[in-house]
Every structure is written in structure tokens, then in C-alpha cells.
Design a protein around this ligand. Structure first.
Ligand code: URA
Length: 234
């Protein structure tokens, strides 16, 4: 890989900024200052330093983000705070959220630059289960559980695929957990609307085998562990 590409991917600067930095002689490969931006490196073996600090190259990075309400699932937005506004410490420019949550939905979002894994997780053919916790206006009952198993009609060509509804509290405001294996627009809210019930609060708690870390607070993120990455790939 070219040294200027390596430095740009790690977020050291834009291509032109990186060229200027190289000219100052502050980038070293195995202790020798780099002279040309086109110099090749073996990113798996060579030790690259900038101002004496070692730059570690990882092809793919994976983060678990606890999306707060009011944040849009996008990289840039003119009006609202975006996911990336909460992850400013990260220098890489190629990180993207996997899938979307509504602006008022909280919870688990995976952020990565691994386009292949992202594609697989979102592919309708893979049926990756996603579990949500919700507060719903009105009594959610066992009758609703059966309707979710049969497949709720939300006005699309086909009804939704069977979904697993667990009723945690059945009251004037009910609390539920719902596992769906699709990712239709506003799907959870529309499923309840089809039963004349309104979702008051929605939080995603898992995606595939990845479970939202209880130690994270809304707006916080952390890298995935090796085990979590392995399990997601599986
Ligand atoms: N279903 C919804 O209605 N909203 C979300 O953000 C996610 C699933």
C-alpha cells in the first residue's frame, strides 16, 4: 500500500495534508524518514510512526454505539446530531452505521468500515434477528402475541414475517420485547399501529448475536471484542 493512502485511511489527514506532512520528515518507516508519498509499505510488517507515535493499521474496525434519541443514523446532517458527532475521537473516515434507527429510537447500532459484513447483516435473505424493547400505549395481550406469530399486515405486498412478541407488562402502558427478522421502514411502529397501538418508546437491544452492552450509556460507544466480531461473522 502507498504510504499516503495508509495515512489518509488512518485519518492522519486528507491526501494533500498527508503529502505536506510527509515533506516535513515526521513520518518514518522502520525508523527512516519517508521522502515520497508514493513510497510503498507492507502495512502488516512495517512500523510507521508520526511524531514518534506508532500508527497501527487495522483493515476493519467495529464499534458498538448506544444511539441516543434525537440523533440521526447518518454520517452528516445539517440540523441534527449524527452518529459520527458522538464518535469524534475516531479518526477513520470510512466508518458507517449498519442499518438505520429512527431519530427517536435508542439503542444498539453497529458502526464499521467492513462493507461485506454490513451487507450480509442487512441482506433480507439472511433474516438476521433484531430484538427491540418497547413501551406501547394500551394493553398488549396474548392475542397480540399470536397475531405477531401469524404475520402482521402493515399495508405492503406481503404481511410481515412471523415475529416473536414477549409481553413483559400488560397494562395501560405495556412493556414488550419484539424480535423481527426484517428491516422494513418504521417496522416495529407500523406493526403495532396495525393493531391500533402506539409505540411510545423504542430501543434496539440486539442484532444477531450482538447484545447492547449494559455498561454503555446513551451516546457512548466501544470497540467490539474479538469474540463479538467472530460471532457476528458466524
Ligand atoms: N422499527 C421502527 O419502527 N423504528 C426503528 O427505528 C427500528 C425499527
Amino acid at each position: 500500500m502507498r504510504i499516503d493512502k495508509f495515512l489518509t485511511e488512518l485519518g492522519v489527514g486528507s491526501r494533500s495534508e498527508v503529502k505536506k506532512i510527509i515533506k516535513t520528515g515526521q513520518i518514518m518507516i522502520n525508523g527512516i524518514p519517508v521522502k515520497k508519498p508514493e513510497q510503498q509499505i507492507d502495512e502488516t510488517k512495517d512500523v510507521v510512526t508520526y511524531q514518534g507515535k506508532i500508527l497501527c493499521y487495522q483493515q476493519f474496525e467495529y464499534y458498538m454505539f448506544y444511539k441516543p434519541a434525537g440523533c440521526v443514523t447518518a454520517v452528516t446532517d445539517a440540523v441534527h446530531k449524527t452518529v459520527m458527532d458522538y464518535m469524534k475521537d475516531l479518526t477513520r473516515k470510512d466508518l458507517n452505521p449498519v442499518g438505520r434507527l429512527d431519530i427517536d429510537t435508542e439503542g444498539l447500532l453497529l458502526i464499521t468500515n467492513d462493507g461485506m459484513l454490513s451487507h450480509e447483516l442487512l441482506s433480507p435473505a439472511k433474516h438476521v434477528p433484531k430484538t427491540y424493547y418497547a413501551k406501547v400505549e394500551g394493553k398488549v395481550t396474548e392475542k397480540d402475541v399470536n397475531l405477531f406469530i401469524k404475520g402482521i399486515d402493515i399495508g405492503e405486498k406481503k404481511p410481515c414475517k412471523p415475529a416473536e412478541l414477549k409481553v413483559l407488562v400488560s397494562d395501560a402502558v405495556s412493556e414488550i420485547e419484539l424480535t423481527i427478522s426484517e428491516g422494513k421502514f418504521h417496522q416495529v411502529k407500523r406493526m403495532f399501529e396495525a393493531l391500533d397501538k402506539k409505540v411510545l418508546y423504542l430501543k434496539r437491544i440486539s442484532m444477531g448475536r450482538l447484545i447492547l452492552d449494559e455498561n454503555l450509556k446513551p451516546g457512548e460507544y466501544r470497540p467490539l471484542t474479538e469474540q463479538e466480531i467472530e460471532e457476528l461473522r458466524r
